[in-house]
Design a protein around this ligand. Sequence first.
Ligand code: SF4
Ligand code: SF4
Length: 189
Amino acid sequence: MGSKNLAKITLLSRNPLIFTHFIMDLKAFKKKVAKKKDKLNAFLTKLDDIVPDDMPQLVAEVDKTVWQDVDCTTCANCCKSMVPTYTTKDIARISAHFGMTPKQFKDKWLEKDPDNGDWQNKQRPCQFLKDNLCSIYEIRPADCAEFPHHNKKPFDLYNDMFKQNIEYCPATFTLINRLRKRVEKEYEW
Ligand code: SF4
Ligand code: SF4
């Protein structure tokens, strides 16, 4: 899910005098989503039928600007409000890290998704979120490492997923909003 730079913050936090970690205002983000959601969903619905020829380059260009403005270490909303799924490899790797067997790990932290049988977190926020950062960042589940999926190809195949994720992820919200503006301004749309 979210990419968080644990090393950077740990380094800063060693000196409390210079530790001024800003936390994103997620209530304000929710309000922004409520205002813009319909517009962004309409754009994504239209993108099901009309796709700019240079969509991959366009997404890559706009995504670069998103990460100049959105810092996951100030957010962690995915870790607070969504549940990651775990593959068998994830479970083996993370349980070994804690000196547990996969079964002990599953019994303690996971449950099966009733819809598809995937192993997922029992609780949210995620038990591994500490001080707004992922405490198992280097060995986190693949699902977390891939989130927020901005480099999926073809991008427009995942419009429904992005419709859901704009509600939780400020980076995805910003990406879709900036894409919408670019496409409406520069293309016959
Ligand atoms: S919700 Fe999005 S912006 Fe926030 S931490 Fe997760 S990936 Fe980053
Ligand atoms: S393991 Fe938990 S804290 Fe770490 S990135 Fe995934 S959801 Fe967030």
